[in-house]
Design a protein around this ligand. Structure first.
Ligand code: ADP
Length: 381
């Protein structure tokens, strides 16, 4: 089951896009705004309470929308997933969603964000007021309140979901079909994780040329291959990790390479931003390997001695204990029930441009650009 959040300011076109995506990807479109308007139309007690708040551009209490969402999860069948529209709208609601999904053994797959400037928000809502006649679209004061509520309460979710590695943003100012194609691309099984740094920011340790080839061409090929291979199969609606664990042959290999590369490219930071591991992760590193230096020695040796193409990994087992493994070709530690934390790609395409055949020099340099905050996040997630 997939759980997508459709994110964006009022008037971003979430409803329009949700209707298109729902049909294309067999999803249930869950719009809290529509659910609340249905309560109002039916004249329920909840509707009466919600109406006044909505008409003033304010939010309805968390427990009301959370109960509505949970009820829909319980009573909806026959779909491949859910497209949440208008929920979560606050950090508290995002925490609640995490808890609701965890109880079901599920998690958010991606946050698909449609961005438009405030001036476009106003134009779109005024236009919609003429067509749909929604009460909360009618007055400029209510629109202003909704925009202010969005900036104050909902916008903080951008960094919340960026920190969780789930945030994907597209430009919502184009025509409906363009926006839809961009959103659909984000919902395919495979996509390249956005780089959290500029392509030249890791130079000279990883040059822009290597990023252009390794991220821009090698990873893209695996992404395209996988999306083509899974078309029309049961794998189409699985998470990437599931495809890696359940797939075979070309599907498993391409999925493994997408997962491996996405973890690899999102684990770095410019050398000037480097800070050493700390907190729980450092405790675990010291507990297992004696010290950080002891870890680097073992991890580097695993990467240097791996024969042929593959990946060296630091992972955590179910009890939070750390292990170093060598995985051949496209394999990933998730196949062994481990949680992958940190990796060194020792396929030659990762280092040949910058280091030629000097794999140990590449491994040594890489340790200066590891974003340990991200590795800690993965460890504690
Ligand atoms: P829009 O996103 O265009 O403002 P919606 O249809 O999503 O419109 O929501 C309309 C109104 O319903 C909101 O302004 C708010 O008052 C209420 N509402 C919708 N979703 C939530 C939510 N998750 N939490 C609290 N209030 C909500």
């Amino acid at each position: 089951m997939k759980y997508y959040i459709l994110f964006g300011p009022p008037g971003a076109g979430k409803g329009t896009q949700a209707a298109l995506l729902r049909d294309k990807h067999n999803l249930c479109h869950l719009s809290t705004g529509e659910l609340l308007r249905a309560e109002i139309a039916a004249g329920t007690a909840l509707g009466a309470k919600a109406k006044e708040l909505i008409d003033n551009g304010m939010l309805v209490p968390d427990e009301v929308v959370e109960a509505m969402i949970e009820n829909k999860f319980d009573t909806t069948g026959g779909v491949s997933g859910f497209l949440l529209d208008g929920f979560p709208r606050t950090v508290a609601q995002a925490d609640a969603l995490k808890r609701i999904l965890a109880r079901r053994g599920q998690k958010v797959d991606a946050v698909l964000s449609i961005m438009i400037p405030d001036s476009t928000i106003r134009e779109r809502i005024r236009h919609r007021a003429e067509i749909e006649g929604r009460a909360d679209d009618a007055s400029e004061a209510t629109i202003s309140n909704r925009i202010a509520t969005y900036h104050a309460k909902t916008e903080p979710l951008i960094s919340y979901y960026k920190d969780a590695g789930l945030y994907r943003e597209i430009d919502g100012t184009g025509i409906i079909d363009e926006v839809n194609a961009a959103l659909s691309a984000l919902m395919q099984v495979a996509s390249s994780a956005p780089l959290p740094y500029a392509p030249d920011a890791l130079a000279p340790i990883i040059s822009k040329e290597t990023i252009d080839f390794h991220y821009g061409k090698h990873l893209k090929t695996y992404v395209d291959n996988l999306n083509n291979l899974v078309k029309g199969t049961a794998f189409e609606n699985m998470s990437l990790e599931e495809v890696v664990c359940k797939g075979e042959g070309g599907i498993r290999n391409n999925a493994g390479q997408v997962l491996n590369h996405n973890l690899y490219f999102t684990q770095f930071c410019p050398a000037s931003d480097y800070s050493a591991p700390d907190g729980k992760l450092l405790e675990a590193i010291s507990g297992t390997f004696g010290s950080y230096d002891g870890f680097v020695e073992k991890f580097s040796a695993a990467a240097a001695s791996l024969f042929g193409s593959g990946w060296a990994w630091l992972s955590a087992d179910a009890d939070g204990r750390l292990v170093i493994t060598q995985e051949a070709n496209a394999a990933n530690p998730v196949q062994k029930g481990l949680k992958p934390l940190l990796t060194i790609d020792v396929w030659e395409h990762a280092y040949y441009i910058d280091y030629r055949n000097a794999r140990p020099a590449y491994i040594k340099a890489l340790m200066q650009i590891i974003n340990w905050k991200e590795i800690s996040r993965r460890y504690e997630a």
